[in-house]
Design a protein around this ligand. Structure first.
Ligand SMILES: NC(=O)c1ccc[n+]([C@@H]2O[C@H](COP(=O)([O-])OP(=O)(O)OC[C@H]3O[C@@H](n4cnc5c(N)ncnc54)[C@H](OP(=O)(O)O)[C@@H]3O)[C@@H](O)[C@H]2O)c1
Length: 254
């Protein structure tokens, strides 16, 4: 089966390409690096010819509210139109667990807009909402750092390894379209501060972590359970502590 992976050169996309090829599929990565740009349509007709499934794991290169909304609306609109013209039978998109529960986040509002375009289109689809990637925890930590302190809200997270995300998305992509949303998450739930402390300690990073009810998540207020999935979520296998050990995080310089 020919499967085109939009964003196939990124963190999740490159793992997906490898996994799908291991299962005998013709997995084709598509991104500006390979001559395909969903913002202006460049290369789309060619790459979609003969494709049965399209998986969209692209991400906006800019994170400012207007830019990110423009990215997901324009790229998703162009993609869905090109897929319909090419006779693609399944559109799979990677979204975020709880994106509709954090209205103050411009990034998550853009993911909601992306999901709406998909739901409103006639294309058979599956939306996979994932929790925060383990690989993203360092960026979250840096963003929440204020001097030598990391301030995070006292909320719950259930993060997952990018490898587990890619496995889950790959499995859903080769199945029948769900025409709905499925949630995927890691095997363990953490308090936000506890998760950040584990990551810092693995890197021998001396920053102190504070659970602060006034702290925000990338500028947005978040409810205690807004970012954790429901009871039906499909869970990955990789535990955060094992991932930290295996990924041999380099220690911060003294
Ligand atoms: N981070 C998290 O914790 C998290 C959690 C849940 C869901 N997600 C979702 O997961 C998805 C993938 O994230 P990621 O971390 O794997 O992304 P990433 O590593 O930043 O990769 C982004 C990909 O998008 C491609 N891209 C950028 N502009 C494009 C364009 N105009 N046309 C086509 N492709 C374009 C990039 O191509 P080039 O390399 O050629 O620029 C790259 O392959 C995102 O949609 C995100 O919302 C993330």
């Amino acid at each position: 089966m020919k499967i085109v992976i939009i964003g196939g050169t990124g963190l999740i996309g490159s793992k997906l390409v490898t996994r799908l090829r291991e299962h005998g599929h013709q997995a084709v990565p598509a991104s500006p690096d390979t001559g395909v740009n969903t913002l202006n349509g460049e290369g789309l007709v060619q790459v979609l010819t003969g494709a049965a499934v399209v998986i969209d794991v692209s991400n906006s290169p800019l994170f400012e509210d207007t830019a990110v909304l423009r990215f997901f609306e324009t790229s998703t609109g162009n993609l869905l139109a090109a897929e319909a013209a090419a006779g693609v039978g399944h559109h799979v998109a990677l979204s975020v667990v709880g994106c509709d529960r954090v209205p103050e986040s411009g990034y998550l509002r853009a993911k909601v807009a992306q999901e709406k375009l998909i739901r409103d289109s006639p294309m058979p689809y599956s939306i996979v909402r994932a929790t925060q990637f383990f690989e993203f925890v360092k960026r979250i930590t840096d963003e929440a750092t204020d001097g030598l302190r990391v301030r995070v809200p006292p909320v719950l997270l259930q993060p997952m390894a990018a490898a587990d995300v890619a496995n889950a998305v790959g499995r859903i992509a080769v199945g029948a379209p769900l025409n709905g949303v499925v949630e995927v998450a890691g095997p363990q739930q953490f308090r936000f501060d506890e998760l950040i402390r584990l990551g810092l300690s693995a890197r021998h990073d001396p920053r102190e972590v504070v659970a602060d009810p006034h702290a925000r998540y990338f500028g947005a207020e978040v409810g205690e359970r807004a970012l954790v999935p429901g009871a039906d979520a499909r869970l990955g296998e990789i535990r955060f502590e094992d991932w930290l050990t295996q990924s041999a995080v380099p220690a911060v310089p003294a």
